[in-house]
Design a protein around this ligand. Structure first.
Ligand code: R5P
Length: 337
C-alpha cells in the first residue's frame, strides 16, 4: 500500500488516497535504470514510446555508489530496471539505492524490474549453516521500498513466495520457443538438462508439439562442477533442443550437448533465458557439439563472448508490454494465453 494520486475510470483525479495494489492507472509512467543493462532499458522505453528517466548512478572514488534522480517523480508510477548480474553486488546495491532514492522522492509506486534475479540459486538450506540469499535479497528490495517485483524466469518459482509484495514472473519460454518454431527443426525433441527444469521444458515441448527427454545431472560440491549422467527418453536420430533457465560456466549445457551427441542425435540446439556466460563458458560452447545457443538480453552479452554460435533475442517487448499492463491495471497473465 502507498499514498498517492490516481485517476478513477471516469478520469477525474483523486488525491492523497490510500492506493492498493489492485489500483489501476497511476499518474505517469516513469522508467529508470542502473548500469547493469541500460541498452535493454532503452529498448523497453522504445517499446513504451517514452523517454528513459534521467538519473545519475555512479561510484565515488571511495567506492560508494551514489544515485540522483534528475526529474520530478512525485506520485509517479516508477519502474526501475536492473538485472542483478555481474558485478552482482554492485548491481544489487545500485538497485537498492535507486529504489531508496525513488521512495524518498515521493514516487507513488515503485516496481523493481529485475530481468535476471541474481542469488536465485541460493534458495534453500540444503546443507548445514548456509544462508538463503535469495530470501535475503527479497527482504532487502522490500526494505528499500519496492512495492512490486517484475522479473523473468526465476531459478525456482518458489522464490516468488519470499516476497510479501506482488511478484509478476514472466517467462522467455514463448519468445525462445517461437524462434525455434519459425526455424522449423527437423524431428525435434526438447531436452531438460536437469530434473529441476523439467516442467518448463515440457511446456516448451508442448509449444513445439514434440516429445520430451530429460537429462539426469549430478552436481558435485559447491564449485560449479556439473556432470551429466544419463539421458532419459528417445533422442537418437532426432534434433535435440535443450532448455535451461541460465548458463553460467556452461558446464551443464555443454556436458548435456556431449551426452546427447554420444546418444546419436542429429544436431543439438540450446536455448537459455539468462546468459551469465562466466569464465570460459563462451569458448566451451564454441568447442561443444552445439549448433546454436539462443539466449535473451536479460543480461548483456559482450561482443567478445558472441561467438558465431550464440544468438541473442530481446525480452524488451515482453517487459515493455508487462510494464504497460501493470501501469494500466490490466492482466499480465493474459500475455501468455
Ligand atoms: C541449475 O540448476 C540451473 O538450472 C543451471 O543448469 C545452472 O545454473 C547452469 O550452470 P552452469 O552453466 O555453471 O552449469
Amino acid at each position: 500500500m502507498c499514498i498517492g494520486r490516481a485517476r478513477s475510470e471516469a478520469g477525474e483525479e483523486r488525491q492523497d488516497q490510500v492506493i492498493g495494489d489492485d489500483m489501476g492507472a497511476f499518474d505517469e509512467l516513469k522508467v529508470f535504470c542502473g548500469n547493469a543493462n541500460p541498452k535493454l532499458a532503452q529498448s523497453v522505453c522504445d517499446y513504451l514510446n517514452i523517454p528513459i528517466g534521467k538519473a545519475d548512478v555512479f561510484k565515488f572514488s571511495n567506492d560508494n555508489t551514489f544515485v540522483r534522480i534528475l526529474e520530478n517523480i512525485r506520485q509517479r508510477d516508477v519502474f526501475i530496471i536492473q538485472s542483478t548480474c555481474t558485478p552482482v553486488n554492485d548491481n544489487l546495491m545500485e538497485l537498492l539505492i535507486l529504489i531508496d532514492a525513488a521512495k524518498r522522492a515521493s514516487a507513488g509506486r515503485i516496481t523493481a524490474v529485475v530481468p535476471y534475479y541474481g542469488y536465485g540459486r541460493t534458495d534453500k538450506k540444503d546443507q548445514p549453516r548456509v544462508p538463503i540469499t535469495a530470501r535475503l535479497v527479497a527482504d532487502l528490495l522490500t526494505a528499500a521500498g519496492a512495492n512490486r517485483l517484475l522479473t523473468i524466469d526465476l531459478h525456482a518459482g518458489q522464490i516468488q513466495g519470499f516476497f510479501n509484495i506482488p511478484v509478476d514472473e514472466l517467462t522467455a519460454l514463448t519468445t525462445l520457443g517461437r524462434y525455434f518454431q519459425d526455424k522449423g527443426l527437423d524431428d525435434p525433441v526438447v531436452v531438460a538438462v536437469d530434473t529441476g527444469i523439467t516442467k518448463r521444458a515440457r511446456d516448451m515441448a508442448e509449444q513445439l508439439q514434440c516429445p520430451l527427454a530429460i537429462i539426469e545431472k549430478r552436481r558435485i560440491g559447491n564449485d560449479d562442477h556439473a556432470e551429466s549422467l544419463n539421458v532419459i527418453g528417445d533422442v537418437e536420430g532426432m534434433t535435440a533442443l535443450t532448455f535451461d533457465d541460465e548458463v553460467s560456466t556452461g558446464g551443464s549445457l555443454t556436458s548435456a550437448a556431449w551426452a546427447l551427441a554420444e546418444r546419436g542425435v542429429k544436431e543439438v540446439y540450446a536455448c537459455v533465458t539468462h546468459p551469465i556466460l562466466s569464465n570460459q563458458a563462451a569458448s566451451r560452447v564454441a568447442e561443444s557439439p552445439l549448433t546454436e545457443l539462443v539466449v535473451t538480453d536479460t543480461i548483456p552479452v559482450p561482443e567478445n563472448k558472441r561467438n558465431g554460435k550464440i544468438n541473442v533475442l530481446s525480452v524488451a517487448p515482453l517487459l515493455g508490454e508487462a510494464i504497460r499492463r501493470i501501469h494500466e491495471g490490466q492482466s499480465v497473465g493474459e500475455m501468455f494465453k
